[in-house]
Design a protein around this ligand. Structure first.
Ligand code: M6R
Length: 608
């Protein structure tokens, strides 16, 4: 979704601000813009539909120019089509105030009418433009006060950065509902939608909360609440390295991030397995709650939802605990039977997904106990949950979740064992699972070495228009994740079904033009899945099978077989994940698409 950055300080180059903005490209956008003050404190701005590179081309002459203050934006269109006029920053009638905004202003129509009645002239179709005019209307020589008076009139979500030509050494920022992080070094103070642009400047950051404003000046900031009181906050240290968020010689971030999976797994598992037992230091104070809850509900979206499904199958198989999993956008509108004995597991890579956050808020109002399973330290989800378990994947820039999915799975397996053993004691059977989990980074390392085979298979299938992924039991989430990966980065119509459901309708679709991707490990459901695959073969569907190594039987009915190492039945979702990711990656790349920036998608979905 939209990304905002801002810099105030000494000798800030325009190109430097746009470099910082580029670090937010991965969030997804369709236009970009920048506003800054010139040496004579006049407001300049440039906006362009398309990529930041197009804006850079337009601004070649200006990139080396220096300024004291600038704000910039990548827009993911909500109100009004992507074009130069609707792109941010938005400017007031006096040409002195510029605003960048991430979020949605729900009452913008009313505000717009009122402001037009007061003589303001609007040029765009966006909701954001009302903020610029509202601040203009409230401005009496103090930008902080004008922003404060304005934001209390806004309904909806916002992270805003505002500059004023008459106050050339400051940026005022405010947050409600959309992420906003600030940081500083001696030369500059900065704001951004997430930490990635800040990493070149500082690792110590502050995450603003809803209802907070801040004034940023060279090398310092002050934070206030809506009543104007000072707010004292602790900085959060981010241990991600700048290089983690770079391509490091790979053609795409997505490929790099898949290849990073063994290392990410090592970090996810580190210090959580001790003497063949599972240990979560961050949940020590939560143990009593884990024993007392009588119900587990998982709330998540997209890939994180699929990880939640694996958790459900796993925990239900090893215990008599029931686990319910819901996509957050549905969860939040159900008549939820949540109470103080319900454990909510909120899974989110970014920790900023609006639907998941709203689900958590709702569950907390009903006194549910919330554990966040998250990648981003200090994100909104982790701050609002009762406890946070980090998956420690490092920054994931590709829009498609890859290494964060495998790390989520690893952490969720351990978390499942932790919860079960807290309640029912340790079971000897868990020892074997722990042993295999320990070895998982090496196992995955070995599988990634066969990435070329996946490219060969992808070459044969890249031109099909449809795909059906099928599996049973724990392979259902793998099928769903495989279909999601393929559709989101290659735009092929890929659906996923429980293999047993084929005959209840979807089999009608199958013919020689409709390949089936079968998730068919040699587990206890193998023969059930095999029957369904054979039914697909009988309809001439070409079949790719993802199967257990040396399982020659699968070769008898599949056109192509991709083998994975043999593991415990419950761990196949983890060992198979890199293969479905690589297949989708290679199809996308072979089709000449950009898997890192799929059309219409955003990395972090901060609107409903
Ligand atoms: O940050 P989150 O895990 O909450 O994000 C949830 C989904 O938006 C995300 O998994 C999305 O489906 C990805 N594009 C999947 O590759």
């Amino acid at each position: 979704m939209c990304g905002i950055v801002g810099m105030v300080g000494a000798d800030v180059k325009i190109g430097e601000v746009l470099d910082a903005l580029k670090k937010l490209e991965y969030r997804g956008y369709d236009s970009a813009g920048i506003a800054y003050l010139s040496a004579h404190n006049t407001l300049n701005y440039h906006k362009k539909k398309g990529r930041i590179d197009e804006l850079l081309d337009l601004m070649q002459e200006t990139l080396k120019e220096k300024t004291q203050v600038a704000i910039a934006h990548t827009r993911w269109a909500t109100h009004g089509e992507p074009n130069d006029v609707n792109a941010h920053p938005h400017i007031d009638c006096t040409n002195k105030i510029a605003v960048v905004h991430n979020g949605i202003i729900e009452n913008y129509s009313d505000l717009r009418e009122r402001l037009i009645a007061r003589g303001h002239v609007f040029v765009s179709e966006t909701d954001t433009e009302v903020i610029a005019h509202l601040i203009e209307d409230n401005y009496r020589g103090d930008l902080l006060e004008a922003v404060r008076r304005s934001i209390v009139q806004l309904d909806g979500a916002y992270a805003v950065g505002v500059i004023h030509a008459d106050e050339p050494r400051r940026i005022v920022v405010a947050r409600k509902g959309s992420p906003l992080v600030i940081g500083k070094n001696e030369r500059v103070s900065m704001l951004a939608s997430d930490v990635t642009p800040l990493l070149s400047y500082t690792r110590n950051v502050i995450f603003l909360e809803d209802g907070e404003l801040a004034v940023l000046e060279k090398g310092r900031y002050r934070i206030f609440d809506l009543q104007g009181n000072d707010v004292v906050k602790t900085t959060v240290h981010i241990d991600w390295k700048e290089a983690d968020a770079e391509k490091g010689g790979y053609k795409h971030y997505m490929l790099k991030e898949i290849m990073e999976e063994p290392e990410a797994l090592r970090k996810a598992l580190a210090d959580r397995i001790k003497e063949d037992r599972v240990y979560f230091e961050e949940l020590e104070k939560f143990k009593k709650t884990l024993r007392e809850v009588n119900r587990i509900m998982v709330v998540a979206c997209g890939t994180s939802y699929h990880a939640g499904l694996v958790f459900k199958y796993f925990v239900e198989w090893l215990s008599d605990l029931d686990v319910e999993v819901d996509v957050a956008s549905e969860f939040r509108y159900r008549n939820l039977h949540v109470n103080e004995r319900t454990l909510i597991l909120a899974i989110s890579q970014s920790g900023e997904t609006a639907d998941t956050l709203q689900g958590v808020r709702l569950a907390k109002r009903k006194e549910g106990k919330v554990i966040a399973v998250c990648n981003v330290v200090g994100s909104t989800l982790t701050r609002e949950s009762d406890a946070a378990v980090y998956i420690r994947s490092g920054p994931e820039i590709g829009v498609a979740a890859t290494k964060t999915y495998t790390s989520q799975l690893a952490v969720l397996y351990l978390l499942g064992l932790y919860i079960i053993s807290e309640r029912y004691g340790w079971n000897k059977e868990f020892g074997e699972l722990i042993y295999q989990m320990r070895n998982m980074p090496e196992v995955i390392e070995g599988t990634l070495a066969h990435s070329n085979q996946l490219r060969e298979v992808a070459t044969r299938y890249k031109d099909y228009l449809h795909f059906m992924y099928i599996g049973r039991g724990m392979s259902v989430p793998t099928a769903m994740e495989g279909a999601l990966k393929l559709k989101e980065i290659s735009y092929i119509n890929a659906t996923a079904y429980q293999a047993g459901e084929l005959k209840h309708g979807p089999i009608a679709l199958l013919d020689e033009q409709f390949p089936v991707f079968a998730i068919i490990p040699r587990d206890r459901l193998f023969y059930k899945t095999k029957s369904n695959v054979i039914e697909a073969v009988a309809r001439n569907a070409p079949v790719i099978s993802l199967a257990t190594e040396r399982d020659e039987e699968v070769g008898e009915f599949s056109k192509d077989v991709i083998y994975v190492p043999k593991v415990n039945d419950l761990l196949y979702p983890l060992v198979m994940a890199p293969y479905i990711q690589l297949f989708a990656y290679h199809v996308s790349d072979l089709k000449g698409l950009d898997p890192d920036k799929p059309r219409n998608l955003a990395k972090s979905v901060t609107v409903e």
